[in-house]
Design a protein around this ligand. Structure first.
Ligand SMILES: [Zn+2]
Length: 323
């Protein structure tokens, strides 16, 4: 690989506001003994603080925050033996998803072994396909799958414009151009990844076994994936036929409406980590909301299901839902 990853670089302003948020969240977590979920504030843990008291030492270590290597997240980092690269970029995707063992005791019996948090990016065509896998019973992060996706029916000029507008401001347009593959290529790679975790009934287009997708809203699986399948001329795979809309679970569990990820995070005092609208970061943030909800005793259930006979029809299974 000739280019050096300029991955998810945060501006000093964002970094410092993230740091402030996580600092106040740590203070909250410490002062709030009722809620012992110390979702170890990820920005401070990102600073590689080894101190048992992160608040005391982390300020001097702000400059040690590392952007995630987005070649690595896609299995394409060719610099894993380069100390300078490892010093500059984070290659530990568990960061920000650590859990407090005490909270696991409150997790209720679940219908699934694994939950796959999916948060697509791209309005015209899918540009990013990130999945974060969480163990539903222990709340632990298990693995992730991440690909940047190249549009199928767009001129090169339009792609350049689209990517500059979407990822340029995050500084990840170069890694996008260097790694993106078509949706048609992503699907079999994703299926191999799922098969490796024994999540599929059969390797090709089977339904999920003991697992369910978790999305923030219905858009990803109700609208975007079928649209992209049509544009890319592939059949809608069976594993995308049903999903859990976390906002509907949230509404029915906490009895309050949340319009999006940021609202849920704000209400649950979980600081936002990374770049909002970078799919892999949003998926991790949604996964952290999911972990908190599991710790609070929420039970994950399918909220929407596509009819196998007429796949264009989606049935919503909760009476109270976000419309
Ligand atoms: Zn790397």
């Amino acid at each position: 690989m000739a280019v050096v990853a300029r991955a998810s670089l945060l501006s000093p302003t964002i970094l410092s506001s993230n740091f402030k948020n996580s600092l106040s969240s740590t203070l909250l977590a410490i002062s709030n003994t009722r809620r012992r979920y110390v979702h170890v504030n990820a920005s401070v843990s990102d600073l590689n603080s080894t101190s048992s008291s992160p608040i005391l030492n982390s300020e001097s270590k702000i400059d040690r925050w590392k952007p995630t290597c987005l070649y690595y997240t896609q299995g394409k980092c060719a610099k894993m033996d380069d100390p300078a690269h490892l010093e500059t970029f984070n290659h530990d995707c568990l960061k920000g998803l650590h859990i407090d063992g005490v909270e696991v005791k409150r997790v209720r019996s679940q219908n699934f072994d694994y939950l796959l948090v999916l948060d697509l990016e791209g309005k015209v065509e899918i540009l990013e396909f990130p999945v974060v896998m969480i163990n539903a019973r222990t709340m632990e992060y298990v693995d992730f799958f991440h690909r940047f996706v190249r549009p199928a029916k767009m001129t090169e000029e339009r792609v350049q414009e689209y990517i500059a507008g979407k990822y340029g401001k995050m500084g990840v347009d170069r890694v996008w151009h260097g790694t993106a593959v078509t949706f048609k290529e992503v699907l079999p790679q994703f299926e191999s990844w799922m098969a490796g975790h024994h999540l599929l009934k059969s390797e090709q287009c089977g339904a999920l076994i003991g697992a369910a997708f978790v999305t923030c809203g219905n858009w990803d699986l109700k609208t975007k994936v079928p649209q992209q399948c049509s544009v890319s001329n592939v059949k809608l795979p069976s594993y995308f036929m049903e999903w859990i809309n976390l906002k509907d679970i949230y509404l029915n569990f906490y009895k309050r409406r949340a319009t999006g990820m940021r609202t849920m995070m704000k209400e649950l005092d979980i600081p936002l980590v990374g770049n909002h609208h970078l799919g892999i970061d949003d998926s991790k943030n949604i996964a952290r909301v999911l972990q908190r909800m599991l710790a609070d005793g929420a039970v994950m259930q399918i909220t929407a299901r596509r009819s196998f006979r007429s796949p264009q029809n989606v049935e919503f299974l909760f009476e109270n839902r976000i419309r």
